[in-house]
Design a binder for this molecule. Structure first.
Ligand code: SAM
Length: 280
């Protein structure tokens, strides 16, 4: 059976290349090209961007990105079994797909990419959050990417986009919202995937801000936020105690020492980080 792009259907690709999903690689595939095209469109201006795709698997999202006109896709896949299937996609789109076999946590594909660069991925949960954290904490800002369009478990998507006062508000929300504008742009039920995972999923689009939303030193902010949310139900005067005498510092930036991390908006965490940095 052929598909909208003239290539065999993803089910046929999986059959032909013997790509039965492996649990240890977090393989839950998207086999509906209408759906992957829709996700690709959410990634932004494809025609004028190189796309870094991590974990292309049998190529559902890769084909969506190429069908929707991506200038170039550089796809990094750990599972050797998928490489031949992806090369066939590359042959269908001459010069527009580079397939790299390897672990995205170990290799740096930047040399293959020309700015502007966007990231798109449907990754296993643990790899996805690890890479998200790395992509959000580069040595210099703005980063090498202009936007990231990433599939997560719904619960992680809620943690990324949570506002102060929400149950999911915490370190991940601060990390993501300090330097990007994250939005949930699509919800997917388990049945959208083969095999179906136990949980619901969501696509999050994160646009890099030209500069952080509020000034702060990244390392200091990270230390303060980690300490504050490490014991999120404790009052800040206790949870931040390991960082020194904090009561006066908290008051100097308008935070009650009896308040808890989950009540403090991003702007105040940045003010607190600046106060810590100024104290030295
Ligand atoms: N993008 C495909 C789709 O949407 O159908 C596959 C998604 S599947 C959830 C995750 C993919 O990431 C798998 O193909 C898996 O082999 C790959 N993967 C897992 N860990 C990886 C890693 N560390 N580096 C690169 N790829 C990885």
């Amino acid at each position: 059976m052929t598909s909208p792009d003239g290539l065999p259907s993803l089910r046929d690709v999986i059959r032909a290349h013997d790509l039965a999903a492996k649990k240890e690689l977090g393989q839950n595939f998207l086999l509906d090209l209408n759906l992957t095209s829709k996700i690709a469109r959410l990634a932004g201006d494809l025609a004028n961007s190189d796309i870094l795709e991590v974990g292309p698997g049998p190529g559902g999202l890769t084909r969506g990105l190429l069908m929707e006109g991506a200038r170039r896709v550089v796809a990094v896949e750990k599972d050797r079994r998928c490489i031949a299937a992806l090369e066939e996609v590359g042959a269908h789109y001459p010069g527009r797909l580079t397939v790299i076999e390897g672990d995205a946590l170990q290799l740096d594909p930047l040399q293959h990419l020309t700015p502007p660069i966007r990231i798109a991925a449907n990754l296993p949960y643990n790899v996805g959050t690890e890479l998200l954290t790395r992509w959000l904490t580069p040595a210099v800002w703005p980063p090498f990417w202009t936007s990231m369009t990433l599939m997560f478990q719904k619960e992680v998507a809620l943690r990324i986009t949570a506002k102060v006062g929400d149950d999911h508000y915490g370190r991940l929300a601060i990390l993501c919202q300090w330097r990007t504008d994250p939005k949930i742009v699509m919800h997917l039920p388990p049945e959208a995937f083969t095999p179906a995972p136990k949980v619901h999923s969501a696509v999050v689009h994160l646009k890099a801000l030209p500069e952080p939303r509020f000034p702060a030193d990244a390392a200091v902010l990270n230390r303060v936020v980690a300490q504050a949310f490490g014991q999120r139900r404790k009052m800040l005067r206790s949870s931040l105690k390991p960082l020194g005498d904090v009561e006066a510092l908290l008051e100097s930036v308008g935070i009650k020492p009896t308040s808890r991390a989950e009540e403090i908006p991003l702007e105040q965490f940045c003010a607190l980080a600046r106060a810590f940095a100024a104290r030295g």
